[in-house]
Design a protein around this ligand. Sequence first.
Ligand code: GDP
Length: 365
Amino acid sequence: PLNCGIVGLPNVGKSTIFNALTSAEAQAANYPFCTIDPNVGIVPVPDTRMDRIVSMVKPNSIVPTTMEFVDIAGIVEGASKGEGLGNQFLSHIRQTDAILHVVRCFADDEIIHVAGGVNPLHDIDVINTELLLADLESVEKRLVKAEKAAKPANAPTSAKLEFETVKKLQAVLAEGKPARTADLTDDEKLIARDLFLITMKPMLYVANVDEGSIADGNEFTKLVDQRAQEDGSQVVRICGAMESEISLLDPADRKEFLDAAGLEEPGLNRLIHAAYKLLGLITYFTAGVQEVRAWTIRKGTKAPGAAGVIHSDFERGFIKADTYNCEDLFRLGSEGAVKDAGLLKSEGKEYVVKDGDVMFFKFNV
Ligand code: GDP
């Protein structure tokens, strides 16, 4: 599955959030660098539509779709130059598809802040600068090679295009802007992808607040919101400590706890959904009495590609897909009613799958 790397300075609550996400034993300790190895956790994507389909179809088994989270520790000031855990984190973070940037927005004198005080903008700048410097270094290395390859009069067009692309990226990074803000053509984007730049990945800020600031925020979250707006990024506000408590409750108590706190769902659900959206993902369902299952695809995927997520044979032998949207099912009350209303359609190879579609594939083997 696609994955999100969780980054942030030490002691901002990364492990707390990661552990709550994966419902692992909370091992968060009040000590920088306590999460040295990247922890990888696979998390089901909560989906109330799936619950509704299940209550109507009553299948024998239920399989939610999943997302992967990676807890990436070790980014401190100077990390790109080998400080702290140095370059170790870089190789892990390059392999992720998106970045969740946790920012400490709670005051707590008991918990050491690496920079001596809670200062979200400073924290954000430190992390973003380290990521940027790491990218700048890889781009500058590549630039030397690309220039050499593009120099001969008979150099292939592709070599010239690569040189141009790398030059563009270098200029953007040298200005202190993330690579994702570079204005690239589609061909250049393909080249850029091979550079595995960290600042090219989509990023979301996670404002980790104290319990009292979830609803309305606080002086720290105001700063984060403002910065995010300037960056064109999103912010999700959660309280790591409370999420960690919720994750340890059993489901019945969980509901009670949330009701008492005046919350509809755990903040982690909001976080997972925001990450899913950040990655440009949508869900379609297969629904039979044997199994109701959710599948993840990228927005814009056509029917055969969606079938291919289940099995490559489904994609190769794709004939058609009987399709309706789950919202029609909820509105009309049964599959029969959806059919009678003419909303169960036979879709072909060019059909672009929509979020919440329920699909039955017909294929040749
Ligand atoms: P990491 O170094 O970024 O992984 O941070 P940790 O998750 O280990 O958290 C550092 C400390 O902050 C731990 O003592 C946590 O219990 C505490 N902490 C995490 N989230 C919150 C929060 O929302 N509120 C408060 N008050 N403390 C938190």
